[in-house]
Design a protein around this ligand. Structure first.
Ligand code: HSE
Length: 299
């Protein structure tokens, strides 16, 4: 039996579009056992995911076996889903990362970074969710013509992420369709300045600057229209002392970074969402420092 536990991620963090990703202490778990026939069990029960044709974890596993000209053996898969799906918290990245780790373990093959990206990008082309789900902590990623390069930075542990997850689902594909193909030079400069400030403010523990550092002109002005009451949610977060608030990944979740008053930040952000007659959940999460963990019956 093997178990793989993979963290949720929040990508972008405002100005770091397609670049920044942070792993959070909310996990999906995948248990794999040898079996006589192929079965998938989900918790909470999810008929869609129990169909192997729909299950991203299985699709990745199958792909890895087919690269080796092998057929996936019959397995019993148990999947525990704690991360809300299609809400900008990297649930797809968990399935991809877990599928890759499981596939290489089952085939007894060492996994290189090159192979990880080669496989992962077939299913999701954005390293800002994939990398923190695999490696944990805070990641800055660059897709270079010669491959993906990244840096992992130890994120301050006194900062937590208060995440508001509206009940509205939004696929990354839909959320990318609303983005412009071209942007003005001043918007590019706006984001470079703020993304650089984000890293510098963290390094110098000058957290007051995170509010400016998490401003963005590349994606949020377009995507916020897909999230009812977005401006009021952000305002309520700041009024309760959040350091910085942004759309989490492609949305629809909203993440507030904070060092205190977590409960009130969550409550007031939810209140603003509820005013638009939309329900939601609040998660107060720590930064995950470990990334994906594979355990066997012997470990
Ligand atoms: N950076 C990506 C986006 C994250 O915002 O579309 C989603 O994978």
């Amino acid at each position: 039996m093997i178990k793989i536990k993979v963290p949720a991620t929040t990508a972008n963090l405002g100005a770091g579009f397609d670049t920044f990703g942070l792993a959070l202490s909310l996990y999906n778990e995948f248990f794999i056992e040898e079996s006589h026939r192929f079965t998938i069990e989900t918790n909470p029960k999810d008929r869609f995911l129990e169909n192997p044709e729909n299950n991203l974890f299985i699709k990745v596993l199958k792909h890895i076996y087919s690269r080796e000209n092998k057929k996936l053996p019959p397995l019993h898969i148990r999947q525990i889903t704690n991360i809300p799906v299609a809400r900008g918290l990297g649930s797809s990245a968990t399935a991809i990362t877990a599928g890759i780790l499981a596939g290489f373990y089952l085939l007894d093959k060492p996994l290189t970074e090159e192979e990880f990206f080669d496989i992962a990008y077939r299913f999701e082309p954005h390293p800002d969710n994939l990398l923190p789900s695999w490696k944990g902590n805070f990641i800055t990623a660059v897709k270079h013509e010669k491959g993906t390069v990244y840096q992992q930075i130890d994120f301050p542990t006194d900062i937590k992420a208060v995440v508001l997850t509206p009940e509205i689902k939004l696929s990354t594909q839909e959320a990318r369709q609303v983005l412009p193909k071209q942007i003005p030079l001043e918007d590019a400069v706006f984001n470079i300045q703020r993304a650089s400030l984000f890293i510098s403010a963290l390094m110098n523990k000058n957290y007051k600057l995170l509010k400016i550092a998490m401003e963005d002109k590349l994606h949020q002005p377009y995507r916020k229209k897909l999230i009812p009451c977005f401006d009021n949610i952000v305002q309520n977060g700041y009024e309760e002392g959040a350091l910085g608030v942004s759309i989490s990944g492609a949305g629809t979740s909203i993440v507030a970074l904070a060092t205190e008053n977590f409960e009130n930040i969550g409550k007031q952000m939810l209140k603003a969402l509820n005013k638009c007659k939309i329900k939601g959940n609040i998660y107060t999460l720590n930064i995950d420092k470990k990334g994906a963990i594979l355990q066997t019956a012997n470990t």
